[in-house]
Ligand binder design. Structure first.
Ligand code: FES
Length: 97
């Protein structure tokens, strides 16, 4: 299944196969900057993105993801881009795009 990922506010889009890459890898594929201070190991929470549409196309948040966000004091509604693989259409946003 093909998924379209839309990145706001820059309004870039990327088409990928379901589960093909992490959301963090997808942001790099469209040349959008994304922070990472942990080697994409789900430890720093710098890669948190707002999911505007398609949350149901991501796996449920794990306990580890919840704890990492809490420990790093980021909005619990954000998802860690290095931890999730889109399995359907998504619209995501970062204020610095
Ligand atoms: S890059 Fe560090 S938690 Fe995602």
């Amino acid at each position: 299944m093909q998924c379209e990922i839309r990145f706001l506010p820059s309004d870039r889009t990327l088409e990928i196969s379901s589960g093909e890459m992490t959301l963090l890898e997808a942001t790099r594929a469209v040349d959008l900057p994304i922070a990472s201070a942990c080697g994409e190991n789900g430890a720093c929470a710098r890669c948190g993105l707002e999911i505007l549409e398609g949350l149901e196309n991501l796996a449920d948040e794990t306990e580890r993801e919840r704890v990492i966000k809490e420990r790093n004091r980021i909005d619990p509604e954000l998802r860690l881009a290095c931890r999730v693989r889109p399995r359907g259409h998504l619209t995501v946003r970062a204020p610095y795009w």
